[in-house]
Each structure stands twice: as structure tokens, then as C-alpha cells.
Design a protein around this ligand. Structure first.
Ligand SMILES: Cc1ncc(C[n+]2csc(CCOP(=O)(O)OP(=O)(O)O)c2C)c(N)n1
Ligand SMILES: [Mg+2]
Length: 330
């Protein structure tokens, strides 16, 4: 019998369905956040819609019981796959006391959750690359078996931190995977005005490490290249730079209007390669998913999103006197 693509990668039907469910949850949660923002209930959204294929493919290729992730703001899919719940996400967006990321103090999407090895980051883009390289250095020095996984946008790959981090990781052959989610915009700045060389992955050569470009809409292909990078890192063969080509379906954030700088046709064309639809089609083609099962999953996800929304909306705000908690040593 012919082996399907996911089987060749060692992925069971169950795991692939789990990936689909996480991707659908990521998308639906993100869509709900926009509705809540537009109805005046939450102050800010920064969205991963269109980039879920890269995020879920990568997260599932890692060992989510021991690896560390240093996500950037669009990585809702990565953090959900690493164990953050829909309620956790909503609590942060509503700025509630129980928010595991910061107790309702930070802007949303500054992901941080110790129990799931999601490492806190700063608002200045690309700082997380240096932190990730530091985690990988610790793994090497302490002979610990974990890989450090960091993501960023292609615009952020022009910051000095990126080059310092990759150079150091290359020199010391550290177990770190750097994945750039190239959505071809840095807010309103198009790719052509960001990178004279046209490719982020090509830069890897200068640091003596492998650089791979992958179709970020293809969750299985992302899984494959990240798995390969993780295996190499665990064997002591050092870092990998991955450039996942993606699309940003929404404006940069809820404070941006991309109609000012981007043709609608471009967005519509990008949506024809929606990673979620591509995976759904694949699952139906290979007979893992049918209409009934799709309905069932859809209902389950809607319930999770509704529960998270209600729970976070009703949850208490932090106390004003807690504003200085964790700022200064107590
Ligand atoms: C050091 C720094 N400069 C500028 C900003 C403002 N800023 C936030 S996101 C962003 C665009 C980043 O683009 P990219 O890296 O491509 O990621 P994307 O938002 O497209 O996913 C900028 C300029 C910042 N947060 N930090
Ligand atoms: Mg970008």
C-alpha cells in the first residue's frame, strides 16, 4: 500500500488530527480576539492568522516535554502546542490577574509560562534570539538534553541581535533552532525594502550553519525540516536557521490598517494558500477526516473558545498594589 506523506514522516493519523485541532483552535481563538477588540472588550490584538502552518508544524517536531521555546508575538500556535490553554490566552488579552504570562500586566502576546518552558521575552524585537542562544549554551555546558527553539519575523532578522546570536551559536555549535516566519512585511515595510539579498536563509552560510527555506503553508514540510534540525541539534551538530515563507492575513495589529499599503488582491491570493485549509484538504484526501468528524471538531473548538472567553471576561482584574510585583526584588 502507498505510504502517505505524514506516514513517511513517522506521524500517526492521531497526531496529525491533533495538529489539525491545534491549528483550528489557534485560528478560531485569534478570530475571537478580533471580535472582542472591535466590540471594545479587549484593548489590543496582534495576530498569527496565516502563519499557523509554520507554528504548528515546528512545535510538533520538537520534544514538548523538555525543549524550550522562545516565541515571538505572532506565535499563538506555538504556545498552544507547548501547553498554554485557551483560557490562559484570553486571561492575558483581558488583562486579568490570573493571566499566567504576567498577571495581567504586560500587553498580550508577550508569552511566558514557566511550567511549559515558554520563555518570557521583551517588546524590542529579536532580543529573544540572544536569550535562546544562551539557553542552548546552558544545555551544552550542563550537558542537558534539550533544544532551544526561537522564532522571529523577517524584518526582525535585520536587527544586530540576530547576527550576534547566530554567529555565536555557529562558533560554539549550540543546540538552537532559529525559525524566521517570513510574512513579507514588517508592519508596512515590504520585503523588497527589508532585505537587499532577498533571502534570510542564505545568511546562514556566513555563520557556518545550515540555512533552509520552507513553505510555511505546508505543515508537514515544516515538521520535516524542524525535526531534522532538532535531530541534528541533539546529536551535537549545532544550530539551524529556517526561513518559513508565510502570509499575514490581518493587519499588523489591531492598531494598524493595512489597506493603506497593501493591495486587497494580494491578501485574497494569500488566503488561497491558507495552511489550515491545505491541511484540512490533505486530511480529507487521505481519509482521516470526513464531514461528520470535521463538524465534531469544529463544535469542540467553538466550545473551548466560548468557555475561555466567558471565563476570562468574568475573572477579576489584578489589584492596583500588585503593579510593582516582580519589578524589583522583594
Ligand atoms: C527594536 C524594535 N524596533 C522596532 C519595534 C517596533 N516593531 C514592532 S513589530 C515590528 C515589525 C517586525 O516585523 P517582522 O520582524 O517582519 O515581524 P512580523 O510583525 O511581520 O511578524 C516593529 C518594527 C520593536 N518592537 N522593537
Ligand atoms: Mg514580517
Amino acid at each position: 500500500m502507498m505510504e502517505h506523506r505524514h506516514e513517511k514522516l513517522g506521524l500517526s493519523d492521531e497526531t496529525l488530527l491533533e495538529m489539525y485541532e491545534k491549528m483550528l483552535l489557534t485560528r478560531r481563538l485569534d478570530e475571537r480576539l478580533w471580535l472582542l477588540n472591535r466590540s471594545g472588550k479587549i484593548p489590543f490584538v496582534i495576530s498569527g492568522q496565516g502563519q499557523e502552518g509554520a507554528q504548528i508544524g515546528a512545535a510538533f517536531a520538537l520534544d514538548r516535554t523538555k525543549d524550550y521555546c522562545l516565541p515571538y508575538y505572532r506565535d499563538l500556535g506555538v504556545v498552544l502546542a507547548f501547553g498554554m490553554t485557551a483560557r490562559d490566552v484570553m486571561l492575558a488579552s483581558f488583562g486579568k490577574a490570573e493571566d499566567p504570562n504576567s498577571g495581567g500586566k504586560q500587553m498580550p502576546n508577550h508569552f511566558s509560562q514557566r511550567k511549559n518552558r515558554i520563555v518570557t521575552g521583551s517588546s524590542p524585537v529579536t532580543t529573544q534570539v540572544l536569550h535562546a542562544v544562551g539557553f542552548a549554551l546552558a544545555a551544552k555546558m550542563e550537558k542537558k538534553d534539550f533544544v532551544s527553539f526561537v522564532t522571529l519575523g523577517e524584518g526582525s532578522s535585520n536587527q544586530g541581535d540576530f547576527h550576534e546570536g547566530l554567529n555565536f551559536a555557529g562558533v560554539h555549535q549550540l543546540p538552537v533552532i532559529i525559525m524566521v516566519e517570513n510574512n513579507k512585511y514588517a508592519i508596512s515595510v515590504p520585503l523588497s525594502k527589508q532585505l537587499a539579498g532577498g533571502s534570510v536563509a542564505k545568511r546562514a552560510e556566513g555563520y557556518g550553519i545550515p540555512g533552509v527555506t520552507v513553505d510555511g503553508n505546508d505543515v508537514l514540510e515544516v515538521y520535516r525540516v524542524v525535526k531534522e534540525a532538532a535531530d541534528r541539534a541533539r546529536r551535537g551538530e549545532g544550530p539551524t536557521l529556517i526561513e518559513a515563507m508565510t502570509n499575514r492575513f490581518t493587519a499588523h495589529s489591531s492598531d494598524d490598517d493595512d489597506r493603506a499599503y497593501r493591495d486587497r488582491k494580494e491578501v485574497e491570493d494569500a488566503k488561497k494558500k491558507d495552511p489550515l485549509l491545505l491541511l484540512e484538504t490533505y486530511l480529507k484526501d487521505v481519509g482521516i477526516l470526513d464531514e461528520k468528524k470535521t463538524e465534531e471538531i469544529s463544535k469542540k473548538i467553538t466550545d473551548i473558545v466560548n468557555d475561555a472567553t466567558d471565563y476570562a471576561e468574568k475573572a477579576p482584574y489584578p489589584k492596583p498594589e500588585d503593579a510593582l510585583k516582580y519589578v524589583y526584588k522583594e
